[in-house]
Design a protein around this ligand. Structure first.
Ligand SMILES: Cc1ncc(COP(=O)(O)O)c(C=O)c1O
Length: 451
């Protein structure tokens, strides 16, 4: 079968009347117009070798909507300047930065926009803040990291611990569904625990961690600070740092339809008590003192547009007759609600079909498609076949899927996957369709027939 023949066009998908656990009104509210959504993404409209490519590589980086592109080029083309000048473009840049902080505060439901710190990416922010957080650790103190995490949220802490003689606990994964082993976490916590670093969702298996449980356990058994990695979680579900009561939470805008940059929340009193590594002339005020060097202003312009894009999905799903949600935060919540509902349908369709292949082993939740328990990110191995061979075949057909370990080294070591090329990862976003999943399975059958 040629790549052209098996290519599918995107069509609008309506939520079935039998949708899970929702009232008729809620179902109506959660319908996204996928066709209209896809039109906003130039990458989804393009042809490569006469084929519309399919992007199942969202967990590695999402596609970007036109308003985000426009915001970035608009800034660079007309207002490119640094902060603090007495002229229009510099003043524009100062205002842009304040707007970006407010957009992030809305995204995270932070109490104040001065609790938002921008950086190059999540990893750099973690390295930078971990140095300041670890300043007063003492030999004999302890920290907790997890085997479910991307090593962006493990190595910075382990390296800091090594320097200070601090003991590191690596919390295991519950192998049945690739969730965190919560009893193991409870065993590891004590009065000497200074930090718990934990992912909100696995970038490999899509498992969503019960973060409320992690934080309650941590607070009840230790004085530790809590650092949440929401990088994989943020494109799929709404974040509320006040409800969570975490100390830090980080995400990367390029995972949720924006540019390459990291966005950190730090609780104001925790930030105030820390001392950053900064250049002497830079102002010693939060949050600026954590942002070393010149910021990525065009990235901030794109970030605002990305947050507004998610909010626009919330505005879109409001039923006629409903009072329009006037705050961006409530639109963001509605947008995420719609995304989660729709992605649950994608998970249902994918797992239903994948579970019928006897020679395929899925790592992660096999039976539950609940968007509160998993994202539509799937890790699997085909018996006897190297993951790279699978992704190469799909790549030839312009279907973008990944293979490897995705820096989730603890998970791969625990599951014994390090020496065998890791897993194949198919990651859906709300701009993917069930037609694209059908296309995936027809390619998979084609692949299996020839190996
Ligand atoms: C769960 C998770 N955490 C952290 C990171 C690192 O993010 P960044 O590339 O912004 O440093 C990634 C990147 O894929 C990730 O998936």
């Amino acid at each position: 079968m040629s790549a052209t023949a098996i290519n599918q066009s995107a069509t609008a998908i309506k939520r079935p009347a039998t949708a899970v656990n929702k009232s008729a009104t809620a179902v109506q509210r959660s319908v996204l117009n996928i066709e209209q959504i896809r039109h906003q993404f130039p990458a989804l409209q393009q042809q490569v070798d006469g084929v519309t490519p399919v992007f199942f590589d969202g967990p590695g980086g999402a596609q970007v909507s036109q308003p985000v592109l426009d915001a970035m080029t608009g800034y660079l083309g007309r207002y490119n300047a640094n902060l603090g000048g007495a002229y229009f473009s510099s003043k524009h840049t100062v205002a842009l930065m304040a707007q970006a902080r407010q957009a992030a505060a809305d995204l995270y439901n932070a109490a104040h926009s001065n609790e938002i710190i921008f950086g190059a990416n999540a990893t750099s922010l973690c390295f930078s803040l971990s140095r300041a957080i670890a300043r007063d650790w003492q030999a004999g103190d302890e920290i907790v990291v997890t085997a479910l995490d991307h090593y962006s949220n493990v190595s910075p802490w382990v390296l800091a611990a090594e320097e200070k003689g601090v003991k590191v606990h690596l919390i295991r994964v519950n192998e049945k569904d690739c969730d965190l082993d919560y009893p193991h976490l409870a065993e590891a916590l004590n009065e000497r625990t200074r930090l718990v670093a934990c992912t909100y969702a696995s970038n490999t298996t899509g498992s969503i961690v019960d973060m409320t449980r992690v934080i309650e356990l941590t607070r009840s058994q230790s004085p530790a600070l809590i650092w949440v990695d929401a990088v994989h979680y943020a494109p799929h579900n709404s974040i509320d740092v006040q409800a969570l009561d975490c100390d830090f939470l980080v995400s990367s805008a390029y995972k949720y339809f924006g540019p390459h940059m990291g966005v950190l929340y730090g609780k104001s009193d925790v930030l105030a008590a820390l001392k950053p590594y900064k250049v002497a002339p830079a102002k010693n005020i939060d949050p600026n003192r954590w942002e070393t060097g010149t910021a990525n202003y065009e990235g901030l312009a794109g970030f605002i547009a990305a947050v507004d894009y998610i909010a626009s999905l919330g505005a879109q799903v409001t039923s006629p007759g409903d009072a329009p949600s006037d705050s961006r935060r409530s639109q963001l919540e509605a947008g995420y609600h719609a995304i989660a509902d729709y992605e649950q349908q994608l998970s249902t369709a994918f797992l239903h079909k994948l579970n019928s292949y006897p020679n395929i082993r899925l790592f992660g939740l096999k039976d539950s498609c609940d968007a509160n328990r998993r994202t539509p990110t799937f890790a699997f191995r085909i018996e006897g076949i190297a993951p790279r061979a699978v992704s190469e075949f799909f790549g030839q057909h312009h279907m973008c899927i990944w293979d490897g370990n995705f820096y989730a080294q603890g998970l791969y070591e625990q599951l014994g996957l390090t020496e065998v090329g890791g897993v194949v990862r198919v990651g859906c976003m709300h701009y993917n369709t069930t037609e694209e999943l059908d296309h995936f399975f027809s390619l998979l059958d084609h692949f299996l027939a020839q190996v």
